[in-house]
Design a protein. Structure first.
Length: 241
């Protein structure tokens, strides 16, 4: 929870109706950014973010979160017009709750969006990853979807493994070349781009929608998404090579 008002924060924490839930409190925009830009963000089940913070804006936090994670997120605010609430929902908020509110209602709303998010996730065994509807076996070196299997080369598997290790974050071509191709990146060498294109074609052959999860980040490299969140698809340049 990101809330700078100490009284509001204590009220929510002390009145939270589920004793087993652990609430991690942050009180500023700066503190929140440190969490967002680390792998820690994905350890949380959901987020509650105040719109008005002393050093920033909750809407900007929302947009930043959506570039890194699909964690369920509810905005809370003491002020807000229908237009501002619509803007927040369009930017990827799962809900928008006006103050004053019932803590029980807030908990119920968060529980609902967390459950909804969990139902969309693809459960995969260890050593495997989900690329949309396509399951990738990193140990078996294969892509599987709806009973159809396509083999992966060693290099393709290493590329997906490195992208998965940085899930939701941009991987530079230099990083991918070093960890997957085992050589320094040369801008004149298009091997990396060719193999990413091959991966996309294989994924697209199994499921045309899932190819969008492997995205080009212009001027940087590539990113593997955890899900096709609202802002991830709209703010991140994509390539269908």
């Amino acid at each position: 929870m990101v809330e700078d008002d100490d009284l509001v924060a204590k009220t929510i924490i002390h009145s939270w109706p589920v004793p087993g839930d652990n609430i991690h409190l942050l009180s500023s925009y700066k503190q929140c950014l440190r969490t967002i830009h680390s792998a820690e963000i994905n350890f949380f089940d959901g987020a509650i973010v105040d719109v008005n913070l002393p050093d920033g804006n909750g809407l900007e936090i929302l947009r930043t979160v959506r570039r890194h994670s699909d964690i369920p997120l509810i905005l809370i605010s003491g002020i807000g017009s229908p237009e501002s609430r619509a803007t927040a929902l369009d930017a990827g908020a799962d809900d928008y709750v006006m103050k004053p509110f019932s803590v029980r209602e807030l908990q119920a709303r968060l529980t609902r969006v967390v459950a909804k998010s969990g139902s969309k996730r693809v459960d995969v065994p260890p050593g495997e990853l989900a690329i949309g509807s396509v399951c990738c076996g990193l140990t078996t070196r294969a892509l599987i979807c709806r009973g159809k299997t396509l083999p992966l080369t060693d290099l393709e598997t290493r590329l997906l493994s490195e992208l998965n290790r940085n899930l939701g974050r941009a991987c530079s071509k230099s990083q991918l070349s070093k960890h997957a191709c085992f050589r320094e990146y040369d801008p004149r060498d298009k091997t990396l781009d060719v193999y990413i294109a091959r991966l996309r074609r294989k994924i697209g052959e199994l499921d045309s929608n899932s190819v969008e999860y492997v995205q080009t980040v212009r001027g940087v490299g590539y990113r593997l998404l955890t899900s096709m969140g609202t802002t991830a698809t709209s703010n991140t340049p994509k390539s269908k090579e």
